[in-house]
Design a protein around this ligand. Structure first.
Ligand code: LER
Ligand code: MN
Length: 271
């Protein structure tokens, strides 16, 4: 298993200990903490120098785990469902750009809230609309050899794909089980939605493509009541070799996150 942490390149996020202006310091901290890579938050590609970012990662011996793409939903109103055809096309286009960037960086692409929120009353129709809107994105990801990480997100943020089981069902039956689509399992959302976390690891099997690390209250691992070490051990024992990436709040405080990340990763590597 490899480890990464969220680094934002353009806009603020509650999930990074560094601002976009200080992202290079964030990369230094990731390297110094002994992690393997950065999960990059990218909203759009205007004025973004991907060549420079790739060089900055390489200089530090870091990979890029996945591209976090959800910022443009709140900042620009992008969504794959429940929007006008021109907004849907703009969203599809943005995801194609993310896929090209991921191919260049050797990364994956997350599809979380950028897919749209849907509603409980129209969930079946929403998922059919989502499957249709994802077709050109899946074709492009397949051509470019990039994995799409469909994130299971809790019911208080979206009506669609809340649990690992729902995400598996959608990939298999809604999308026709394409090889290039896997699941992003976020342990904060899983704590709210998934009844048996070890059973989920078995259920997802090879479809588990990325993991987000946060405790039950979204604090740094060890400051909530999820058995983080037990789950990480089970993920490792399942044969998972992908990334587990910190996506927790700067809580209990930023200093704790900065100080404890390296030690916590070491302890998980030894499990
Ligand atoms: C993003 O990875 C995530 O987990 C969402 O909760 C962001 O709102
Ligand atoms: Mn997440």
């Amino acid at each position: 298993m490899k480890f990464s942490a969220t680094v934002t390149l353009q806009y603020p996020t509650i999930f990074s200990a560094f601002s976009a202006e200080d992202y290079v310091q964030g990369l230094d901290w990731i390297r110094d903490s002994g992690l393997d890579g950065a999960e990059l938050c990218i909203s759009h590609y205007h004025g973004l120098d991907l060549g420079l970012i790739r060089a900055q990662l390489q200089e530090r011996g870091l990979g890029c785990s996945t591209l976090s793409t959800g910022q443009s939903r709140s900042l620009e109103g992008l969504s794959l469902i429940g929007v006008t055809p021109d907004i849907r096309e703009k969203t599809q286009q943005r995801l194609l750009e993310h896929i090209d960037a991921a191919a260049y960086l050797g990364s994956r692409v997350t599809i979380g809230l950028l897919r749209g929120l849907g509603s409980a009353a129209s969930a079946d129709r929403d998922l059919r609309e989502l499957a249709e809107a994802m077709k050109p994105i899946i074709d492009h990801a397949d051509r470019r050899g990039v994995t799409l990480c469909l994130e299971a997100i809790n019911r208080y943020e979206t009506a669609l794909l809340n649990s690992a089981e729902a995400a598996m069902d959608f990939i298999e039956n809604g999308l026709g089980n394409p090889d290039c689509v896997g699941i992003l399992w976020d342990l904060f959302h899983a704590n709210l939605e998934d009844a048996d976390l070890c059973a989920c690891i078995d259920l997802m099997g090879k479809k588990l493509a990325h993991v987000h690390l946060a405790d039950s209250n979204r604090m740094f691992p060890g400051y909530g009541h999820t058995d983080m070490k037990g789950i990480l051990k089970a993920i490792k024992e399942s044969g998972y070799t992908g990334y587990a990436s910190f996506e927790c709040l700067n809580l209990p405080d930023r200093e704790t996150v900065l100080r404890e990340t390296g030690h916590w990763v070491d302890s998980i590597r030894q499990l």
